[in-house]
Ligand binder design. Structure first.
Ligand code: GAR
Length: 200
């Protein structure tokens, strides 16, 4: 039988809770896609363990393994080709994707960011730093954004964005937890739009 499932790669650096929520949503919503690769710059992390437990091929790929950045970028591109990947979903991947890969996968790479871009994006804005900055700025709301990845950090076109309130007494950790809960719904919704054009 022909396999019509769109082949996805998850790029992760940590827990991979967004990767896990995407994986579950594919099954629960019956989306015509499958994860065919989980790539991480770390040899051990939650995302890699999850992939191993679910029979998804994994790859530890880091700049440190190569003499030149070009060789690293080439290895990444070859791995994507080998696994016949159509879309790349960055899920807590805290490294820049090489420009050659971004160009080869133009409009085919998504990222999730834990704030309302274009605010609180850019260099150094990842994980808990984002939530600290939101609280320090006295914002009344935050949220999550799924956007296409282009050469500029956190600047690509926005596919989907959802707000959450900042509550009195919030700490970076309590805000992070509220935003992460939102992310776990938002990223699957964005994937569904990417694959089918709408949300069920
Ligand atoms: C998520 O909150 C994601 O939005 C953020 O890292 C966390 C990863 O959690 N990404 C960034 O800050 C990217 N700039 P996860 O590994 O549990 O999905």
């Amino acid at each position: 039988m022909t396999n019509h499932k769109t082949r996805l790669a998850a790029f992760c650096s940590g827990t991979g809770s967004n990767f896990q929520s995407l994986y579950s949503a594919i099954n629960e919503r019956g989306l015509p896609a499958e994860f065919a690769l989980c790539l991480s710059n770390r040899s051990e992390c939650g995302a890699i363990s999850f992939a191993e437990q679910h029979g998804i091929p994994t790859l530890h790929l880091s700049e440190k393994q190569y003499d030149t950045y070009e060789a690293f970028a080439e290895a990444m591109f070859k791995a994507l080709q080998k696994h016949n990947i159509k879309y790349i979903l960055l899920a807590g991947y805290l490294r820049k994707v090489p420009e050659s890969v971004i160009n080869a996968y133009a409009c085919k790479i998504l990222n999730i960011h834990p704030a309302l871009l274009p605010k609180f994006g850019g260099h150094g804005m990842y994980g808990i730093n984002v939530h600290k900055a939101v609280l320090e700025a006295g914002e009344k709301e935050s949220g999550a954004t799924v956007h296409y990845v282009d050469a500029e950090y956190d600047k690509g076109p926005i596919l989907l964005q959802r707000k959450v309130p900042v509550e009195p007494g919030d700490t970076p950790e309590s805000l992070a937890a509220r935003v992460l809960k939102c992310e776990h719904r938002l990223y699957p919704d964005a994937l569904e739009i990417l694959l089918t054009g709408n949300i069920s």
